[in-house]
Design a protein around this ligand. Structure first.
Ligand SMILES: [Zn+2]
Length: 82
């Protein structure tokens, strides 16, 4: 199963809304709230770190993805898929 299908499977239960995680602002809700609370322990899909957030202001639930593009992460993934 490809990463996109896995992501789809993991996110479809609650919401389709997926944002890009900001190293500076964390999970930013559509209402503009930064550093939204993370509700689950992050899951890794390859080099993508998936988090589920619940906004403490408006209560919206959404997902964020953070890509680890470091050479170390790419090397580990390449070896795992070989
Ligand atoms: Zn919000």
């Amino acid at each position: 199963m490809g990463i996109e299908q896995q992501l789809e499977k993991k996110t479809s239960s609650q919401t389709k809304r997926v944002i890009e995680y900001s190293a500076r602002y964390g999970g930013v809700c559509e209402c503009g709230t930064t550093h939204s609370r993370v509700t689950t322990s992050p899951a890794w899909l390859g080099t993508i770190k998936l988090r589920i957030h619940k906004c403490q202001k408006c209560g919206a639930i959404f997902h964020s993805t953070q890509v680890d593009n470091s050479s170390v992460a790419r090397q580990i993934l390449a070896e795992a898929m070989a």
